[in-house]
Ligand binder design. Structure first.
Ligand code: 0WD
Length: 259
């Protein structure tokens, strides 16, 4: 019997085998979870790159796989309708999605475009509200939602720029949602991961400097591994964390305590 035997959930945000959502999925699968997955719709249907990358990882065990652009309400409805049709009720949703147009991400913050700001906030923050709005109707009592954040939402991290502002809003969203959904016995948490090389983080400036800073300055004097984020993510999504909500768990070798 695994920690997730009999548990069912949705995973949004696996882009490839470096994705944090994949690191968490591996732990959930090892513990017996049944899961369905979404990928960003492919622009060219002749070359379904995103779908192919996801299928390579999860085809063997996915209950279903659907395209879903979180800015598209029809896509979102289709995913949650399918989960309801398939399972009736679910136990968890993992939201591991963020995006900012590269020119706006590069900064400076004072020069972020209006459209770039709207897009960044819509994909990186509003999408969690949109997930919660749909998930609350099919999550069991005791079920939960987990999102991914970064310390740049709490402190100024050079290079993180508009994404830091999005993460601050995301972390506040987690708290408001935790309060609202708590009335239904549903938990909402964030996991604040230390820097990991992924498709998204490769767009963040000064990333290598951040990796070095964690090695030099964090209490554990090293960077975290994807497996560590995977395990802590699985913990928050599991009944082991049944009393934890509105939390922002730092999985960052302790870097966040340093002044
Ligand atoms: O160091 C890191 N990698 C950290 C990442 C440290 C701390 C937090 N995080 C956060 C990110 O901000 C994000 O919220 O973890 C989450 C997952 O990020 P990741 O695993 O680093 O990145 P990646 O593997 O690229 O997955 C994010 C995915 C997108 O990938 P690409 O690179 O193709 O944009 O989010 C998805 C997409 O698959 N995504 C969307 N999904 C649906 N609709 C959309 C969208 N509109 N936009 C992006």
């Amino acid at each position: 019997m695994g920690l997730f035997t009999g548990k069912k959930g949705l995973v949004l945000g696996i882009a490839n085998d470096h994705s944090i959502a994949w690191a968490i999925t591996k732990q959930l699968q090892a513990e017996g979870a049944e899961m369905a997955f979404t990928h960003l719709p492919d622009k060219d249907p002749e070359r379904p790159r995103m779908e192919r990358r996801l299928r390579k990882l999860v085809d063997d065990f996915a209950t279903f796989i659907l395209p879903c652009d979180v800015t598209n309400d029809e896509d979102m409805d289709a995913v949650f309708d399918k989960a309801k049709e398939q399972w009736g009720e679910i136990d968890f949703v993992l939201h591991s999605i963020a995006y900012a147009p590269i020119n706006d991400l590069k900064g400076p913050v004072a020069e972020v475009s209006r459209d770039g700001f709207k897009t960044s906030m819509e994909i990186s923050v509003y999408s969690l509200m949109s997930v919660a709005n749909r998930a609350q109707h099919i999550l069991k009592e005791g079920g939960n939602i987990l999102t991914l954040t970064y310390l740049g939402g709490e402190k100024v991290i050079p290079g993180y720029n508009v994404m830091g502002i999005c993460k601050a809003a995301l972390e506040s969203t987690v708290e408001y949602l935790a309060y609202e959904l708590g009335a239904k016995g549903i938990r909402v948490n964030a996991l604040s991961a230390g820097p990991l090389k992924t498709l998204s983080s490769s767009a963040v400036g000064e990333f290598d400097m951040m990796l070095k800073l964690y090695t030099d300055m964090s209490p554990l004097r090293r960077n975290i591994t994807p497996e560590e984020v995977g395990k802590s993510g699985a913990f928050l999504l599991s009944d082991m964390a049944s009393g934890v909500t509105g939390e922002n768990l730092h999985v960052d070798s302790g870097y966040h305590i340093m002044g």
